[in-house]
Design a protein around this ligand. Structure first.
Ligand code: EPU
Length: 437
């Protein structure tokens, strides 16, 4: 196969990856073959937090080996759970006793999703202490909606010394919670808390993401009574206790989408396997509008070469709209499309950090408030660029795959937060990508 790198990157285990790592990518290599999708990071995170709700062991399959997951597992160990990664790759978590119902600053500051333990800890132990997440590169990302929700379930919440303390010594009580804004982890946090509350909880204006549905399925296996997950109204009848369960995490729809965009951008014939195309239908529809050839089966999507892409506009929305987590990657795709594309980011206020870096590679993009205006097609050329957050990193990898010459991507630890063995997967498909120290 043309341009194939010989051998895989030397360091393949996430444990050995360091903050200094870079990617060296030589662009314009065609990709081919099948690329498998890993388990969803954003589904695994709440699933791991849900293990705090029972003293019995929970076994989770297809949990990806990425840095955010390692952080979440570390947090559960801090809470007192025993965590083991089995030889078959499954993660076994047993929270027989919660010794410290707390998410300390050092952990929360590296991963905001650690606030997902707030609801489960409050429900299980009657008390939870979680560091207030600070700002984040993509936006302010407050957790006020999680807190309001818990207060509706009867918890007393106050903030002191940089920590949120929730207490419900007599247990949580079911209630109606109307989210004033759709929040994914807020919906998940409250669903977990309500699973052990007394009585009925109704979550209105709930998030409809596939990760919310996956969490509901796990909780139901653990004995929870939940209906409506996947719609904007979720009903939970609290139960006194939950038990152990075994569950397979859904495939990562954002990784699948990123790989598909790589196939289309490099004009390649690749098959992204082990995914659920329905979970990223809005991306597939936008790609087709742009002239891409993508053919889906129940669990795979194939890309086929096309001579020309045309620009299309895109606006990020909550599911089933276009995912904000694919906005940066879609923008990379639009740099190669003919015409003007208006890309509007509606979910986070600062999610255009990839724009100046793509511009260093030759993209023509202007930002006006929440909108990025991409004029294409641009011929990208390899450059030294800096990753600023997880999905911005992915868009730079995509840019580098089509750029003429060599690119060096600095700070790929952002990429390691959420993409499992991405350089190995791309190299196996024919990309010239290597990790350098
Ligand atoms: N928001 C509030 N108050 C809250 C919660 C959210 O104002 O209490 C705002 C946020 O600031 C944001 C909007 O509501 O403007 C939506 O945020 P949401 O709560 O839905 O985001 P999240 O739950 O913190 C999850 C994913 C993100 C993904 C968003 C949106 C996980 C662990 N994280 O975050 O994933 O971008 O939903 O789909 O599920 C990523 O994987 O790169 C990533 C950032």
């Amino acid at each position: 196969m043309q341009g194939r790198v010989t051998g895989l990157p030397k360091r393949s285990s996430n444990n050995q990856k360091t903050r200094m790592d870079k990617f060296r990518i030589t662009g314009r290599q065609p990709l081919s073959g099948e690329i498998p999708v890993s388990g969803s990071k954003n589904s695994s995170l709440p699933a791991i937090a849900a293990c705090l709700l029972t003293e019995e062991p929970v076994i989770l399959h297809r949990v990806p080996q990425v840095r955010d997951i390692a952080t979440m597992l570390k947090l559960l160990e801090y809470n007192g759970a025993s965590v083991t990664r089995r030889l078959d790759g499954a993660v076994r978590i047993e929270a027989a006793r919660i010794t410290k119902p707390e998410a300390p600053y050092d952990i929360v500051k590296t991963m905001r999703a650690s606030s997902l333990v707030l609801g489960p800890l409050a429900a299980r132990t009657g008390v939870a202490r979680v560091s207030v997440p600070g700002g984040c590169s993509i936006g302010a990302r407050p957790i006020n909606l999680h807190i309001n929700g818990l207060e509706h379930l009867g918890a007393t919440v106050h903030q002191e010394h940089g920590y949120i303390e929730a207490s419900a010594p007599n247990g949580l009580r079911g209630n109606t919670v109307h989210f004033e804004r759709i929040t994914v982890t807020g919906t998940e946090d409250l669903m977990m808390a309500a699973a052990l509350a007394k009585g009925t909880t109704v979550l209105e204006n709930a998030a409809r993401e596939p990760e919310v549905v996956d969490l509901a399925e796990l909780l139901i296996k653990m004995g929870a009574h939940i209906s409506g997950a996947g719609s904007s109204r979720i009903q939970i009848e609290g139960v006194e206790r939950l038990h152990g369960a075994e569950h397979t995490i859904i495939p990562d729809r954002i990784e699948a989408g990123t790989l598909l965009i790589a196939g289309v951008m490099t004009n390649s014939d690749i098959v992204v396997t082990g995914c659920v195309p329905e979970h990223f239908a809005s991306l597939l529809s936008k790609m087709r509008q742009a002239g891409a050839r993508v053919e889906e089966s129940a669990t795979a999507v194939e890309t086929r070469p096309v001579t020309r892409l045309r620009s299309v506009d895109m606006t990020t929305e909550e599911h089933p709209g276009f995912a904000t987590d694919l906005q940066a990657q879609f923008m990379a795709l639009m740099t190669g499309a003919a015409g003007i594309s208006f890309i509007t980011e509606n979910i986070f206020e600062n999610r255009f950090m990839h724009v100046p870096e793509l511009a260093r590679m030759g993209a023509n993009i202007r930002i006006e408030g929440r909108q990025a205006i991409v004029a294409g097609p641009s011929e990208l050329t390899g450059a030294q660029v800096m990753c600023s957050d997880l999905r911005a990193s992915a868009s730079l990898v995509l840019g580098a795959l089509v750029a003429r010459g060599e690119s060096i991507l600095d700070r790929v630890y952002h990429m390691d937060r959420g993409y499992e063995k991405i350089e190995e997967k791309l190299a196996q498909a024919g990309a010239r990508i290597e990790r350098i120290g």
